[in-house]
Design a protein around this ligand. Sequence first.
Ligand SMILES: [Zn+2]
Length: 385
Amino acid sequence: MKRGLWLILLLGFSALSFAPERAKADLDYLVGIGPRVAGSPAAAQAAEYLAQQARAAGYVTEFQSFSYTRSRDTGSSLSLGESRLEAFALSGSPGGSFEAVLQAVPGIGAAGDYDNLDVQGKIVVVRRGGIPFLEKARQAAARGALAIVVVNNEPGGVRGTYGATGPIPGVTVAGRDGEGLFARSGERVRLVVGSVLEQAQARNVIARRADSQAPGVVVGGHYDSVPGAPGANDNASGTVTALELARTLRSESWARDVWFVWFDGEEDGLWGSRNFVQAYPEWVRGLRAMINLDMVGVRASSALGIGGNPALLELLERSGVQFNDIGNSGGSDHTPFAQAGVPVLFFHWGIDPNYHQPTDTVADPQVMAETAGVVRLVLERILGR
Ligand SMILES: [Zn+2]
């Protein structure tokens, strides 16, 4: 371990091009820690590693601490007769334990799906898709349902969120587990929703050059991951791509005001990027661009996806970069910057089959190197190398 570290330090000062083997070492380290859930010891270890690596590359680092309330699933299940299905509490769901009659609702649980159904005091089961989880829960709650079970529209499981405090307890179950529930309307079931509220203590990691007073461009990505997933592609890939870019840009005079920020709490609702934007309004006002890297280690689609500011996208097109325009897609850390008026670019290869799964263990340093090449080109154009 120690010897490897010294090798990394030496390389950090010498190489100017993106080194896939160095990125691979970073990836292995971060994925090896396990799921980097915001506020967990694993996330703290990841933050320390990023700061230490950035310092070794010649940057000054600081942590931006913040906290927020989130719900945590301590274990949820749905039992019918002899069988017990694993369930996942929706983030923001009230917790509790309930015994009631199961009522299948056809379709996705929209208003029209409840025609001629009596769900008063019952636990409803609906399919995922079409409308947000919160809207499904509102429809069920408005008709007196006790709780809601959402069956995933794929065989595996999914961790969803209400995005707010939900009106009734809600869980998801895997598609392969839940499909059979629709034939068991009228049976008594027992639903346990192990949802508890807790405070998460989170930290962004900020790296800048000692001689830079304010950021001209922020390059970043979230380093936290969801519970149960080691987050290789989501988002050790973006984290490491930014880190390796930091190493390669350290000695470029034109890149002095490129700051690197690794965001925490993204998976719980973009907490890190929102806190950065709120805490540093003057820096944010002065930004010429914010570049967000999220899921850039797996070729999940035919070409690199880039979305965001039309002028920056046009600049990429003029430069001959091949990419899919993914439009103004939200849902990641560029969003709070865009809302604050900063021209953003969102780099994203697309959702891969291991997304938010325990199997998210692999990212390809070559894909990351390719992505980094495009980021570097944008930076050179913006900062007028
Ligand atoms: Zn992500």
